[in-house]
Design a protein around this ligand. Structure first.
Ligand code: SF4
Length: 282
């Protein structure tokens, strides 16, 4: 089976237990206002152009016109750029190729209690490929999946039986606000979370702290209550990435967050303690 990835990062320490190799799969059904991986949103292969050092000579677009009849970036643009500023984002790999790549460090990862994490984008967008990867790696290395939880419930139930750890993002508890800031409803996300919390599988809840969006009293109160209902006593709080905008230029897009990103995130960690939840800021 073939899948499409946009990065493999080795020796990471924030994507699960120990030291991890993280595989980023292309494609995501959400469009979070604060997304710092816009190059992972679309399923298709894309061509990225760095604006730093660009001569504005147009050779990359000329190459597109010659090769495919449109003034857009394409494979030919990579060689055409005299500054080497164009690159492809999206690599098609077979499950065997990818397994060989991530397993080359398996001994080290095992020795430090680490493993492999599938992230994205939303890795379940390539569900069959992800499931095959998890099967191939079973018993060879610890497997984690980082997910938004926005996935069909039956598919999610099957996924729970195929991985060793889930890193599960909770963003906004209010459905209307969730739709406004991510583009999708949160009903299936909450339903999948409840199912996961009842299962024996280990999981880690993660909340991105977005100024004025997810860090509000109302949202954090609702998250604490939801975690309590599901007997969850540990949560990781992810910082807002203030460099989020830089990658949009690479994709030829503009970063237009619909919140005040200059606002300081200032949350009351004691709120979590009062709910008997240990909150760790990463
Ligand atoms: S070919 Fe390279 S330097 Fe010229 S416009 Fe394109 S990206 Fe810029």
């Amino acid at each position: 089976m073939r899948g499409r990835i946009f990065s493999v990062e080795e020796f990471g320490i924030f994507d699960g237990d120990g030291i991890r190799t993280t595989v980023f799969l292309k494609g995501c059904p959400l469009r979070c206002s604060w997304c710092h991986s816009p190059e992972g949103q679309r399923c298709e292969t894309e061509y990225l152009r760095s604006p730093n050092g660009c001569l504005n000579c147009g050779k990359c677009l000329d190459a597109g016109e010659t090769a495919i009849g449109r003034r857009v970036l394409c494979e030919a643009s990579i060689a055409a750029c005299p500054r080497n500023l164009v690159r492809v984002c999206g690599e098609d790999v077979t499950s065997e190729e990818l397994a060989a790549r991530v397993l080359k460090n398996a001994d080290i990862l095992r020795a430090v209690g680490g493993g492999v994490t599938f992230s994205g984008g939303e890795p379940t967008m390539q569900y069959d490929f992800l499931m095959e990867m998890l099967e191939i790696l079973e018993g060879k290395v610890h497997r984690a999946v980082e997910t938004t939880g926005y996935i069909d419930e039956d598919r999610f139930a099957r996924l729970l039986g195929k991985t060793d750890l889930v890193l599960y993002d909770l963003k906004l508890m209010d459905g209307t606000l969730h739709k406004k800031y991510t583009g999708v409803d949160n009903a299936v996300i909450l339903a999948n979370y409840r199912r996961m919390a009842k299962s024996p599988l280990r999981f880690i809840t993660r909340v991105p702290l977005i100024p004025g969006v997810t860090d509000t009293e109302e949202n954090l109160d609702a998250i604490c209550a939801f975690l309590g209902e599901n007997a969850v006593s540990y949560v990781e709080l992810l910082p807002y990435n203030r460099l989020a905008g830089s990658k949009y230029k690479l994709c030829g897009r503009q970063y237009r967050p619909d919140f005040d990103e200059t606002r300081t995130v200032n949350i009351d960690l004691e709120k979590f303690e009062r709910h008997h939840i240990k909150a760790v800021r990463l």
